[in-house]
Design a protein around this ligand. Structure first.
Ligand SMILES: [Mn+2]
Length: 404
């Protein structure tokens, strides 16, 4: 068997816009719209520079039906660059780009896409490689597809290309679920998975890898994103994460405990943002959450916090831009007003605490439930707006700052 290298990517979600930057007027529309395309262009650059022998894309190339033919044309053009470099590319369709979801199409003889009827095998005999895969016919895929994947071909390096939620990823919808012990026992040398957007090495023997998506699309997809470069030398496999995102998402939590005033608080915020941007070394989209007990609480709770922090971000200067997805105020004033104040404000705050501790479902009629259901569709899991107690707490602090 020859020595070879390949690039494993997944979840391109091409032309999916970045969500959450609309409120920052300094974030240019072409960055928001074009990030997934530029990340894919970078992936092709990397494959060509590293002279890989083939490329695998484990599903969700598209976010859904193409908004127009431009999406497919862009993908086709990038894949043609691989073809011209004599690098074959193998793809499967996932839940987002299942065969029955994408209605527009372009002929792409320079891309090998696995059928959705059954799992089958492509051989690269010069390399001694067998690639097994199956596309999704339909978005819904309750079955464990991996069970029907072909047995490994003796003497070859066997790769399984599979779009799956695997097991235990509660944040990701369940598609073609499969069990890790079964995958390990199947006899393949590498499982090239897709669907989970956070990079995961589920196993190192054999390697079972989610490379994560190429480009984070909202604050639920933080940290470095990219593809996995795999090198096989004398059957020994080594894997390496290669960063390809063109814009980084980060949740920057700043502890303001003991900050004497607003100026000191803002200096701390600027320093934290600068550190995060230096780590990212590319444009950064940040959510800033301020925590801790500080004298600056009342000033921070007043009007204009977002603009003040945006100003600190812009004062950083430097090569890379920084945009604010959101600013969350979660600080506390130094004194425990709730218990000690004997006045009406104290009683009001105690009353609000009681409501926040156990918010009645019908607090505002039935619209909060309706709203929450809508928000659950629109926001990443764990978003503070999904937690009524957190909303009430924010309201309480604002009220206290105003009336105190
Ligand atoms: Mn998927």
């Amino acid at each position: 068997m020859a020595n070879f290298r390949f690039l494993h990517a997944a979840d391109l979600h091409l032309d999916s816009p970045l969500r959450g930057l609309e409120a920052d007027p300094s974030a240019p529309a072409e960055v928001i719209r074009g990030a997934t395309r530029r990340a894919l262009g970078g992936m092709v650059d990397l494959a060509v520079e590293e002279k890989v022998d083939f490329v695998l894309i484990a599903g969700d190339i598209y976010d859904g039906d193409w908004p127009d033919f431009g999406t497919g044309l862009y993908f086709s053009n990038q894949m043609r660059r691989l073809h011209q470099a004599a690098i074959p590319v193998f793809t499967i369709r996932g839940n987002h780009d299942a065969a029955n979801k994408v209605t527009r199409s372009l002929r792409m003889p320079h891309v090998i896409t696995f059928d959705h009827d059954a799992a089958h095998t492509h051989r690269l005999d010069a390399l001694g490689v067998a690639i097994h895969g199956q596309s999704f016919a339909d978005q819904a895929m309750p079955d464990d597809l991996s069970r029907a994947y072909p047995r490994p071909v003796d003497g070859l390096f066997n790769i399984g290309l599979l779009h799956t939620s695997a097991e235990g990823y509660a944040a990701h919808a369940r598609y073609a679920p499969c069990e890790l012990p079964r995958l390990k026992a199947h006899g393949y040398d590498y499982w090239a998975l897709g669907h989970v957007h956070e990079r995961q090495e589920l196993s190192k023997d054999p390697w079972i890898v989610f490379p994560g998506n190429l480009q984070g699309r909202h604050i639920g997809e933080t940290g470095p994103k990219g593809a996995t470069l795999v090198t096989v030398t004398d059957r020994a496999v080594s894997v390496e994460h290669r960063v390809l995102d063109v814009l980084r998402w980060a949740h920057v939590r700043v502890d303001l405990t003991g900050a004497a005033d607003e100026a000191e608080a803002l200096v701390r915020v600027q320093s934290a943002l600068g550190q995060e941007r230096d780590i990212a070394a590319r444009p950064l989209a940040a959510r800033v959450t301020l925590t801790g007990t500080t004298q600056a609480h009342a000033a921070l709770a007043a009007e204009g916090l977002r603009e003040k922090i945006l100003n600190e971000a812009q004062n950083l200067g430097g090569d890379h831009l920084l945009w604010l997805e959101a600013v969350k105020l979660d600080t506390k004033p130094p004194r425990a007003t709730d218990q000690t104040r004997p006045d009406n404000l104290g009683r009001l705050l105690t009353e609000i605490d009681a409501i926040a501790a156990d918010p009645p479902a019908d607090l505002l009629g039935d619209w909060p439930a309706l709203l929450l259901n809508k928000l659950r569709e629109a926001l990443p899991e764990g978003h503070p707006l999904l937690n009524p107690a957190s909303i009430i707490e924010q309201a309480k602090r604002k009220l206290e700052a105003e009336l105190g």
